[in-house]
Write a protein that binds this ligand. Structure first.
Ligand SMILES: *Cc1c(COP(=O)(O)O)cnc(C)c1O
Length: 395
């Protein structure tokens, strides 16, 4: 797979797919479909912008959405950004990191690119085979005097081993900045996912559980760090006639914030419908030899962002790629998410060794995410499972 194939466009271009209409028996089923508000509700939300002509630079919509999100996520200090990637880059800059950053290769390109584009060296830890999150034991083994931070990813919305990671970070004086792009609304015993570590990045890209078309959130602890993030995302401007940092432009605009305000109102129902899809998949697929599902974790409220499975070719009787291609022929679009491993990308493969993280390497070869979105019909879930199980006979 060439690097351009893993660009967000390929994985998120849902416009080209027809919708999931319940009367079309064999209509193509996309892997994801963006949630959109009622059209009139959105028009009502943006109408005031024609009065104020305040379209960006922390207008009323951005400030209201920030306040609503802080409440929803159970955090105190956050800044909306143009997208999740720039939230992560802004956070890495805000912490004045140097040298090496320990992270996972089993993630979206953005996580590693943000580290490299910040002038830092990524060091890849392996993941745990049961939930694909970064393995704390592997982190510990990679710490050197040059290590300044850990950037773990709550992959598929599954929380990392946050307690073990924090303990390691505290012992070695490292910052912990979470890529929480998948974890919007996830909670552990009532504590929001964005509260762990020193900071978190969330993504509100069109394909995520909650979207602002494009958008993101940088969550930090303390008002001085929040001020720094807000300065960095606005060209480093620190006062009326003062520029105190080498900042970029990572601000969210008012139209995106308006989209967020509307989508937030229907989010609860969206997550409930995702939960039903998740339950239906589990019903059909748990116990199937060679198919491994992510386990549900006691005390964790999921957002049902994705439905990843792994296909063990020997036990299942078909490889992941055979399943993926066979389903595509029948109009069911699944995604090899995440394949290839970051360390196998053309841009990184000469610098890093993907065999050094064997668990991640195997996961990348066997994982497949099934279609998941709020208005995926139960009939289509059954059709997806029928086609998936039929792939076993594929030679
Ligand atoms: C979506 C995503 C990002 C990037 O977020 P954008 O809002 O698309 O910039 C980063 N990391 C992970 C794990 C993601 O899934």
């Amino acid at each position: 797979m060439s690097p351009d194939k893993i660009s967000p466009m390929t994985v998120t271009d849902t416009d080209s797919y027809p919708e999931d209409t319940s009367d079309a028996i064999d209509a193509p089923i996309p892997v994801t479909r963006s949630s959109m508000p009622d059209f009139d509700a959105f028009v009502r939300e943006i109408a005031p912008l024609w009065e104020s002509r305040w379209l960006t630079n922390r207008g009323e919509k951005v400030r209201s959405l920030e306040a609503e999100l802080n409440t929803y996520l159970g955090v105190e200090h956050s800044a909306l950004t143009v997208n999740g990637h720039m939230a992560l880059e802004t956070l890495l800059q805000a912490f004045d990191l140097t040298g090496e950053v320990i992270t996972t290769p089993f993630t979206f390109a953005s996580t590693t690119h943000a580290i490299v584009r910040s002038g830092l060296t990524p060091v890849f830890a392996d993941i745990k085979s049961d939930d694909y999150t970064i393995d704390p034991a592997s982190i510990e083994a990679l710490i050197t005097p040059r290590t300044s931070a850990i950037v773990p990813v709550h992959i598929y919305g599954t929380l990392c081993d946050v307690d073990a990671i924090q303990e390691i970070a505290d012992r070695h004086g490292l910052a912990v900045i979470y890529d929480a792009a998948h974890a919007f609304g996830v909670e552990r015993n009532g504590v929001g996912a964005a509260s762990f570590g020193d900071a978190s990045m969330l993504s509100f890209h069109a394909t995520k559980v909650f979207n602002t078309v494009e958008g993101g959130l940088a969550v930090v602890k303390g008002t001085s760090l929040l001020a720094k993030v807000k300065h960095l995302q606005n060209f480093g401007i620190t006062g009326l006639d003062e520029v105190g940092h080498v900042g970029g432009n990572a601000k969210m605009n008012e139209f995106s914030a308006a989209m967020g305000l509307c989508n937030l109102r229907t989010l609860h129902g969206d997550i409930q419908r995702r939960e039903q899809v998740d339950a239906a998949y589990r019903d059909r697929l748990s116990g199937v030899p060679g198919i491994h599902l992510l386990e549900q974790v006691e005390g964790v409220a999921s957002n049902y962002a994705y439905f990843p499975i792994t296909v063990n070719p020997d036990e299942f009787g078909a490889t992941r790629d055979q399943v993926h291609d066979g389903l595509a022929i029948r109009g069911v679009y699944t995604r090899k998410y995440f394949y290839p491993l970051i360390t196998d990308f053309a841009v990184y493969r000469d610098t890093f060794d993907s065999t050094a993280t064997p668990v991640a390497k195997r996961a990348a070869d066997e994982v497949l995410t099934l279609p998941m979105y709020a208005d995926l019909s139960m009939r289509n879930v059954n059709r997806i499972c029928d086609e998936l199980l039929a792939a076993r006979t594929v030679e």
